[in-house]
Design a protein around this ligand. Structure first.
Ligand SMILES: [Zn+2]
Length: 537
């Protein structure tokens, strides 16, 4: 247990670094010092001169909104009179969208990563990655380890690979990169730290096979504690807020009672603690919706050893606008009995499908359960659905099931799905999810780029004719996701809704396809709180 406590020096070093990092709010990997240290109050604002895409029922585009008490109080082209003495902000013609909803990712895993976790989903060359890591080093004490674990892929770099040891040595701290695709790399400082803990590191800084698990376990044992987890949770939410995400629905993790070396493993009973701590302190920079992942084996004795107690002893959709529980997923576990128990308890259930056979079985099982206990009003979800023919869409829709699509930019192959175009023209409920955090990236613009162009991060065509328009893509990640979050007052800019929006650094609707992946937010507002601002307000 001793090894899990932070050294006093480490902790003080971190606090001091935060104090000096103010003023670089444009640096996406660094922390906004001010908001990191204090609760952010909601502000009353009059935004004017924007291209505000409301994503309301008629896709209205307006120029002004009033934000009062955390909600949109007026939306239109001449609402200034209702502005009173509000702070007026000139958006200078910039594009504004509702805050994005990622309806299934693994932000809680990302928020529990060991080290000074530094997402790198917005850089596309190795020199840019090194520059970002060098900037991050300013926040990190001498003996700290800069890490990027999970949502990063070799495919995103023009070089088609991760940086090697020599390149990473330009960063004046230990660096550890463990990518969803493309392997694991460290630099000389990291190599020394890891080799002292029995991890084999090759001369180019790569770590292969079981070495990665050993490395991750060592980092978790020595670097994680309540404070560092809270720092990672805050940094993770803030990073994606800088990319426009204001609501995450978390799809859970594989449960490990003890610390584990698995990328997708965490203690699913305690991993929300850092997010709950941020919530208590009024510092959440985005909304979090929590689903509970269960993996009870079918026919266990006693039956449903973890799902049963969960359904008896906890509450679905309980919490407040910032932090709220949801349903069971992205695994329900327990076979048909698990589904029956969830239906009987009146909870939402979600499972993912990785191929046609899997999707077919999920639908058939739900048809069986629905014949005994109707699930039509419970908004059950099937996610991923790479191969999902219209016949399955018809059957899922008849059950009242919705499907989540996305998870594209790091996939390879021809026509790998999901069939976006077919689904868009189908009556079935559909929404957007990245599924990012351990197996792929979360950056919505990387996902949108794939949905619009059909191309993965390496530029290969993977969707064939199943692509979407920009408007359709944005709709999936905003208004369409209301159904999946089960909340009507986010996902569009309408009077009475929570004031969640992003002011983009370029016009999503008109920029060339090649620039879609580079979009960032200049100003992100969540519930009237300015959580990210690059000189707009
Ligand atoms: Zn997932």
């Amino acid at each position: 247990m001793d090894t899990m406590k932070p050294s006093r020096r480490q902790f003080l070093g971190g606090a001091a670094a935060l104090l000096v990092s103010g003023g670089r709010l444009g640096e996406i990997a660094s922390v906004d010092a001010q908001s990191a240290q204090a609760a952010t109050p909601a502000r009353d604002l009059l935004l004017v001169n924007g291209q505000i895409h409301t994503m309301d029922g008629t896709n209205r585009v307006v120029s002004q909104v009033v934000i009062r008490n955390g909600r949109f109080a007026a939306v239109g082209n001449n609402v200034g009179a209702q502005g009173g003495n509000l702070q007026k902000v000139d958006l200078r013609g910039r594009t504004v969208i509702p805050g994005l909803i990622d309806a299934h990712d693994h932000i809680v895993l990302v928020g529990n990563r060991p080290g000074w976790h530094t997402p790198l989903e917005h850089v596309f060359t190795i020199p840019d990655a090194i520059a970002e890591l060098k900037t991050r080093a300013n926040d990190v004490p001498q003996d700290g380890i800069i890490s990027t674990i999970g949502p990063i892929s070799a495919m995103q770099f023009a070089e088609g690979r991760l940086p090697n040891l020599t390149e990473l040595d330009a960063v004046p701290r230990a660096v550890y990169l463990q990518a969803a695709q493309g392997g694991t790399r460290t630099n000389s400082r990291g190599k020394a730290w890891l080799e002292a803990r029995g991890v084999m590191v090759a001369a180019d800084g790569s770590i292969a096979g079981q070495g990665t698990g050993t490395a991750l376990l060592a980092m978790r044992k020595e670097l994680l504690n309540a404070e560092t987890r809270k720092r990672s949770a805050y940094d993770a939410l803030l990073y994606y807020a800088k990319l426009g995400i204001t609501t995450h629905r978390d799809g859970g993790a594989f449960h490990s009672e003890e610390l584990s070396g698995g990328l997708a493993n965490e203690n699913t009973y305690t991993m929300h603690d850092p997010f709950r701590a941020l919530h208590r302190e009024g510092r959440l920079p985005a909304r979090l919706r929590i689903d509970f992942l269960h993996q009870d084996p079918p026919n266990a004795n006693p039956p449903l050893p973890t799902l049963g107690p969960r359904l008896r002893n906890s509450f679905p959709f309980f919490g407040d606008e910032w932090l709220k529980t949801g349903g069971i997923g992205e695994f329900t576990g327990g076979g048909l009995d698990g589904l029956r128990a969830i239906a009987k308890a009146g909870w939402r259930g979600e499972d993912h499908a990785l191929n046609l056979a899997g999707a077919t079985t999920l639908i058939a099982n739900r048809e069986m359960v629905n014949a005994e206990i109707p699930i039509g009003n419970l908004r059950w979800i099937i996610s991923h659905i790479p191969n999902f023919p219209i016949e399955l869409a018809n059957r899922a829709n008849a059950l009242g099931i919705g499907v989540l699509v996305g998870w594209g930019p790091t996939r390879t192959g021809m026509n790998v799905g999901p069939p976006y175009r077919m689904l868009m023209e189908h009556a079935i409920h559909k929404g957007y999810h990245s599924d990012g955090g351990d197996i792929t990236v979360i950056n919505p613009w990387l996902n949108f780029s794939t949905m619009i162009t059909g191309r993965n991060l390496a530029g290969q065509q993977i969707l064939g004719d199943q692509v979407l328009t920009r408007q359709e893509t944005l709709w999936l990640a905003t208004a369409a996701n209301k159904w999946f979050i089960w909340e009507d007052d986010i996902g569009s800019i309408e009077v009475g809704n929570h004031a969640d929006l992003a002011v983009l650094d370029r016009d999503y609707f008109t920029i060339p396809d090649a620039d879609l992946r580079r979009i960032r937010s200049l100003l992100t507002i969540v519930g009237g709180r300015v959580v990210h601002n690059v000189g707009v307000v």
